[in-house]
Write a new protein. Structure first.
Lengths: 116, 116
């Protein structure tokens, strides 16, 4: 089945630094990946749609200069939180659709970011 | 307007009993998919079951079944013979414009607690 690997699982950083989160499709090609953010005890909120070889599409209210998304290959999308602040602390999770026209989106295990 | 509504913030069920988690949705698309995901405390999103808008029969996957009532726009999840390991957050989600690479939109979730 489709497997999505996300790294790192946990990251703690100082305020003002940048953090990169990787999302890889291990056994399929993903032309589109989706990035979600989940605050404690809340639902998953779509941040952006990542398209291979083109600019990401951001949801309303998500700062594209703060959350840089790069989808340079068919198996890798990265989310970089630039100049992180404590309010950026959250659970970030990516998902991708398996090939062959699969209906189900497969999720990575998520990355828990804590900004001190 | 909310696309996915889950009205039960929390539910309790006795071990070995069945439980129904409610979900209603709102869409004007004819082609859409409805999904249920389980999120344990580890944070990973585990796919449980899927129902296509054109599927005439209710989906079933082991102990999970989806009670799909299209006219009412509801897609309730039924878990039979509950187990302690079923304790988790459960999210109902929808993908509209199903033929394209559209993201999942999630409800707020229901926290299920299974009691021994």
């Amino acid at each position: 089945g489709a497997v999505v690997s996300q790294h790192p699982s946990w990251v703690i950083c100082k305020s003002g630094t940048s953090v990169k989160i990787e999302c890889r499709s291990l056994d399929f090609q993903a032309t589109t990946m989706f990035w979600y953010r989940q605050f404690p005890k809340q639902s998953l909120m779509l941040m952006a749609t990542s398209n291979e070889g083109s600019k990401a599409t951001y949801e309303q209210g998500v700062e594209k200069d703060k959350f840089l998304i790069n989808h340079a290959s068919l198996t890798l999308s990265t989310l970089t939180v630039t100049s992180a602040h404590p309010e950026d602390s959250s659970f970030y999770i990516c998902s991708a659709r398996g090939d062959g026209g699969a209906n189900v989106l497969t999720f990575g295990a998520g990355s828990r970011l804590t900004v001190l | 307007a909310q696309k996915i509504t889950q009205t039960q913030p929390g539910m309790f069920v006795q071990e070995k009993e069945a439980v129904t988690l409610d979900c209603t949705y709102d869409t004007s698309d004819q082609s859409y998919g409805l999904f249920w995901y389980k999120q344990p405390s580890s944070g990973e999103m585990i796919f449980l079951i899927y129902q296509g808008s054109y599927d005439e029969q209710n989906a079933t996957e082991g102990r999970y079944s989806l009670n799909f009532q299209k006219a009412r726009k509801s897609a309730n999840l039924v878990i039979s013979a509950s187990q302690l390991g079923d304790s988790a957050m459960y999210f109902c989600a929808m993908r509209e414009a199903f033929s394209g690479n559209t993201p999942l939109v999630f409800g707020k979730g229901t926290r299920l607690s299974v009691i021994a």
